[in-house]
Design a protein around this ligand. Structure first.
Ligand SMILES: Nc1nc2c(ncn2[C@@H]2O[C@H](COP(=O)(O)OP(=O)(O)O)[C@@H](O)[C@H]2O)c(=O)[nH]1
Ligand SMILES: [Mg+2]
Length: 174
């Protein structure tokens, strides 16, 4: 699924671009994270019984440390695998968003191991850290020792600045 990742940044004139793809199970907080990163993000959500769900892709864009970073959200529902493959094509980096009140799902663990197996730089995000019962330690344990895990809250904005710094750092080293 991630064999078509890119280990070189894209240069468009004076602009350096990075493609970051946001993965995670249904309702893990992907769309909210992208909206917290870019309030003007383009979102494709459809109504369903308990709120909304992403049916195609979400796209947020942020300029950070001299780089234009594109954040592509993926549908979390496992049956949308083809859409995920198309969106992930050519990615530089992956973010695996895991709801810290629930812990990593089997699907999120699978996504993380696939990204690692293909040598894609990735960060696990323990999301919804503002909610009672959120546990960064649990996500850390589930992600394993060699994974970089960072706490975020789309609700309060906690961790968003640190995440952007880390993404830019990783991208600058490509
Ligand atoms: N309190 C709180 N709720 C969140 C946060 N992030 C997402 N949610 C809620 O969790 C639900 C699923 O979020 P969404 O971003 O749509 O998840 P997605 O399916 O992964 O795109 C929604 O009801 C959000 O409002 C957060 O940081 N804090
Ligand atoms: Mg979504």
């Amino acid at each position: 699924m991630f064999e078509h990742h890119s280990d070189r940044l894209d240069h468009h004139g004076s602009e350096t671009r990075a493609k970051v793809v946001v993965f995670g199970s249904y309702h893990s907080g992907k769309t909210s994270l992208i909206r917290a990163i870019d309030p003007r993000a383009r979102l494709t959500e459809a109504p369903e019984k308990d709120g909304t769900t992403t049916v195609a892709l979400d796209l947020g864009v942020r300029e950070h440390r001299g780089m234009r970073i594109f954040f592509y959200g993926t549908p979390g529902q496992e049956r949308f695998g083809v859409a995920r493959d198309v969106i992930a094509f050519g990615l530089h980096m992956g973010l695996v968003v895991s709801d810290a009140t629930r812990g990593m799902t089997a699907f999120e663990k699978h996504l993380l191991s696939e990204l690692k197996a293909h040598g894609v730089p990735c960060i696990v995000l323990a999301s919804k850290m503002d909610l009672p019962g959120a546990s960064l330690d649990r996500v850390r344990n589930e992600a394993g020792n060699d994974a970089l895990v960072m706490p975020v809250s789309a609700g309060t904005g906690q961790g968003i600045g640190a995440l952007l710094d880390r993404v830019a750092d990783i991208a600058h080293r490509l």
